[in-house]
Design a protein around this ligand. Structure first.
Ligand code: SF4
Length: 227
């Protein structure tokens, strides 16, 4: 989402050599990606972006910069870019930003706790573990909410090295399955992952293929357009 990207750009510069340029960098990113629409004016988004970055600088980022050493922002370890990587003593902290335009107070904790089992954050943790040869790792969500009240939260979870390794074992199985699916000679049968069928964003687009048409390509043509 454009707003999240623009704010992310500003946050990146908050820990760079010219933190005073953070708001302008974010606004440049916002203007570059903005398209006229019936919901948001550019001015409204500029105002939100500016306020969110200034608020982070005064609150969450002030806390981070006071207690941690910045290793880097937008750190590329292959397979994804880590928004912010810091160290507190021997502990490596991987921070991922998330911006939400609206979130009721009742949902804040649930959103933050979700970060503790976030696939992407585990992926980053595994890469940090291997790249920096460390088992001292924490993952952290940095979540900003615009409405009903503008606020940033930090939610951190220290990971056990064995848990990261077990995640990697599971991830390798998934990646191997994906590779097998692309191989026309593979005899691999995809496993059903029911947990994803009715996810937080609604019904999976392949729901009927799996649950009604038994993954039969011929039957699926009743609803799906073959490629
Ligand atoms: S419905 Fe979607 S998520 Fe569920 S098994 Fe089928 S493809 Fe996977």
């Amino acid at each position: 989402m454009l707003l999240g990207k623009a704010i992310g750009k500003g946050l990146e510069h908050l820990v760079g050599p010219q933190p005073e340029s953070a708001v302008n960098q974010a606004l440049d990113a916002l203007r570059a990606g903005f398209e006229e629409n019936d919901i948001w004016t550019l001015e409204a988004l500029e105002s939100i972006t500016t306020q969110m970055i200034k608020l982070a600088a005064k609150t969450t980022y002030a806390e981070i910069l006071q207690n941690e050493v910045v290793v880097g922002a937008e750190v590329d370890l292959g397979g994804g870019i880590i928004d912010l990587l810091t160290k507190q003593g021997d502990l490596w902290i991987i921070t991922d930003h998330k911006t939400k335009l609206q979130l009721k107070a009742d949902w804040v904790q649930r959103e933050l706790i979700d970060a503790e089992t976030d696939w992407q954050l585990f992926d980053y943790a595994w890469r940090v573990m291997n790249h920096y040869q460390t088992e001292n790792i924490a993952i952290r969500r940095h979540m900003g909410v615009v409405s009903p009240k503008m606020k940033w939260w930090l939610h951190q979870k220290r990971l056990n090295a064995d848990t990261i390794k077990r995640w990697a074992d599971g991830a390798n199985l998934v990646w191997d399955s994906m590779a097998a699916l692309k191989d026309p000679n593979s005899l691999f049968t995809p496993t059903m992952r029911l947990v994803e069928c009715m996810g937080r964003f609604g019904k999976c687009p392949m729901y009927e293929a799996c649950h009604t048409y038994n993954q039969d390509p011929k039957m699926m043509e009743a609803l799906y357009e073959p490629k």
